[in-house]
Design a protein around this ligand. Structure first.
Ligand code: UDP
Length: 333
């Protein structure tokens, strides 16, 4: 069977990763069914696929029963708020989509005989006590902290997926996704990449939380999509880390953005958010062995592409006041 006859359901289709996945599967010749309730996704991310005969879209909240006519071969489950400010604003929806939403999709996968890949996260490692994080590490999560709603929903999601795999023999894949960035992120989602780029473009100071010594490792979206695509078509059902091991401090990252943007902005230190992981770097040896995959796009190239994307947004979008939401929650130090 060629890809042309195969149908893939992508949840969170109007989001950052979901919309890039839609593009990839359409370009590979699949028939793509996108689903989103627009709680954090945006119609604009799918505008270019409107009218494409290989793409259809349903506005639906997957925490409610999902009805789809006809066969489904693959499900890519990417519906979830994914930013610390979202967890604070919509904690119940975050818990529900990871638990009830995943349960509905597993039921759908079982009914249709589909293979399902779920988006898990480096957040399941919490504020990690081992470094770098490999798949064998069990994590250090505060269940009742501000990130707990996301972290625990994703941990529950992994357990539920493994239970469906063991009990029903469902074909399942689990991607543990580390910090990923690129075009179509929300300018105002509070995450550090759009936050710093937006601030540099507006000529505002860059808000570094804490002393900026906490680390992250950023993966460009094209690399991530390639890893996800390969994982879906692999034979491995246990969790696999996907991310870029190139780690740096947030302060160094802020300086990189200032240099790239040639902006006169300065650094403004704000209070560190509770339970902010102090270090994060994926151990990707499993993905390398299993999928023959590793990121190939440097931060220099990836950030410059992302910068170009944000710089081209309409000026009024760039200046919209709501971007201030996230900085106002962290007090100046
Ligand atoms: N961060 C920051 N300034 C901002 C936004 C984020 O210093 O305006 C820091 C944040 O404290 C964290 C890192 O950048 O240590 C990455 O944050 P993000 O929200 O992007 O993702 P996380 O990896 O924490 O989920």
């Amino acid at each position: 069977m060629t890809n042309k006859n195969q149908r893939v359901l992508i949840t969170g289709a109007a989001g950052f990763l979901g919309s890039h996945l839609c593009d990839r599967f359409v370009s590979e010749g699949f028939h793509v069914i996108g689903m989103d309730n627009f709680i954090t996704g945006h119609k604009a991310n799918l505008e270019h696929l409107r009218g494409n005969p290989n793409f259809e879209f349903f506005e639906h909240d997957i925490t409610n029963f999902i009805k789809i006519e006809g066969p489904i071969d693959y499900i890519m489950h990417f519906a979830s708020p994914a930013s610390p400010i979202d967890y604070v604003k919509i904690p119940i929806q975050t818990l529900k989509v990871g638990s009830l939403g995943t349960h509905n999709l597993l039921g759908l996968a079982k009914a249709k005989g589909a293979r399902i890949l779920i988006a898990s996260t480096s957040e399941i490692y919490g504020d990690p006590l081992v470094h770098p994080q490999s798949e064998t590490y069990f994590g250090n999560v505060n269940t009742i902290g501000p990130r707990g709603v996301y972290d625990e929903a994703k941990r529950f999601q992994e357990s539920l997926v493994m239970a469906y795999h063991r009990v029903h023999g469902l074909e399942t894949r689990i991607a543990r996704i580390f910090n990923t960035y690129g075009p179509r992120m929300r300018l105002n989602d509070g995450r550090v990449v759009p936050a710093f780029i937006g601030q540099a473009l507006r000529g505002e100071d860059l808000t570094v939380f804490g002393d900026g010594k906490q680390t992250r490792s950023f993966c460009y979206v094209d690399d991530m999509i390639e890893g996800l695509y390969r994982l879906l078509f692999s034979n491995y059902f246990e969790p696999v880390n996907l991310g870029n091991p190139d780690e740096l401090t947030i302060l160094d990252f802020a300086h990189e953005i200032l240099e790239l943007s040639k902006s006169n902005s300065k650094i403004r230190y704000m209070e560190l958010t509770e339970n902010d992981p102090l270090q994060r770097q994926p151990d990707i040896r499993l993905a390398q062995d299993l999928l023959d995959w590793k990121p190939v796009i440097s931060r220099k190239v990836g950030i410059s592409n992302t910068f170009t994307y944000f710089a081209a947004l309409p000026r009024e979008q760039l200046l919209r006041k709501e971007h201030k939401d996230f900085t106002s929650r962290n007090k100046e130090k």
